[in-house]
Design a protein around this ligand. Sequence first.
Ligand SMILES: Cc1cc2nc3c(=O)[nH]c(=O)nc-3n(C[C@H](O)[C@H](O)[C@H](O)COP(=O)(O)OP(=O)(O)OC[C@H]3O[C@@H](n4cnc5c(N)ncnc54)[C@H](O)[C@@H]3O)c2cc1C
Length: 397
Amino acid sequence: MSYSYSTIIVGAGLTGLSTAALFEKKHKDYFLIEKDTEIGGKIKSSDIEGWSIDRGFHVFIKEYPNLSLFPDLKRCELINFEPGFIIIKNQKAYKNINIFKKFFNGLIHNNFPGFSLKDKFLILKLSLVPPNYLPKSNSVLEFLQEYGFSKEFINDFFINFFQGVFLDKKLDVPLSYFLFIFKMFSISDVGIPKGGIKEIISIISKKIPESKIKTGVSINKIYKNKIVTDEGNEYYFKKLICTDSLLEKKFDATIKKNLFGEICYSSTKCFYFIVEPENNPENIIHLLPQSELISSLYFRKRNSKEMLMSVSTLNCETTVEDVEKQILEHFPKINIIKFQKSFEIQKALPKNKKFFNYNNENFCKYNENIFFAGDFLSNPSINGCLESSKSVVRFLS
Ligand SMILES: Cc1cc2nc3c(=O)[nH]c(=O)nc-3n(C[C@H](O)[C@H](O)[C@H](O)COP(=O)(O)OP(=O)(O)OC[C@H]3O[C@@H](n4cnc5c(N)ncnc54)[C@H](O)[C@@H]3O)c2cc1C
């Protein structure tokens, strides 16, 4: 079979869907193709025994500037996290509340002995850094040292909190991106949508008529003006937008430039357990600086008898037994009722700094009629996907 469209978008992850929804708003002709049978790409949730479980720990930040593209995203109902975190050290739990959001609670609760008064002052100061601030260093860890934070604070808070966000213990992201994400966590409501992170996808996909999306179609080869699917169907295009860097591998030799071959990705594995509530505080991020394995952990209550415990690690080789052992070391009184499910996400977040905010445009004009957009060309976040979609649509309109 042969089809023809003015613009074809490949990939119905957040970037592809938001690009399609923006074209729809502008009454532009487009068609969206996805290889999976389900839309959403990396943003997916599963309903398991009454729990909505995200495939990879995600949080939603209400102050992301690009949510203004789709204002109903801002109205999405969240299970809010308490602003701050609990740090577990030497089997003791210390609660640290974000002073910026809850000033008085922050003053009372922040009792972790490792955080000096100077660290607390500097963290407030860092929240107020203006967007055009130009630090000397471009490495996040060097910058934090130069800024004056103590070694303990950098290790126990910054590395532990942000390794879960960037999926990288070295926090090796552009400093401007780190400062942006830090600010978002400082000022914004942060949480998980009530129906799981997939609600974001559901809100955006409702803006696209069903007739303009086709799932279960995998692209096998990409030529100058047509794509060929695994089944041998041909789709002709005037413009093509690819939303996955790996699609470049499908390009015919006459158009291939090997531009994205060097992009590498971090990976993560997320485990869900059902535990007895005991005294586990829910909806607040727990940091475990003494754990080599666990990058983030949180609890969510379902009823008086059951809590969901989500544990993420940056090492995909980690087994359920490894995680259980670590949990019991840090929470000796915890009663794990059962292991629920784990998700391994290879190729989770793009890592190369070179491609962040690519050429200040957040998308790539590959040739006259082929474009790339996605988190790997802006930054690996919901806000980054929206930024890339916005830029490519503006360019093509
Ligand atoms: C574990 C994890 C946690 C995260 N946590 C957060 C968070 O807390 N907050 C936040 O803001 N962001 C978070 N992110 C980042 C955010 O989820 C991603 O930036 C976003 O989902 C990327 O969307 P995308 O559309 O650019 O790419 P993708 O979701 O990868 O979409 C690309 C799509 O292209 C399709 N495709 C690929 N090849 C083909 C082909 N040959 N034919 C047809 N279709 C094809 C794929 O199937 C996929 O659906 C997290 C990401 C992960 C993985």
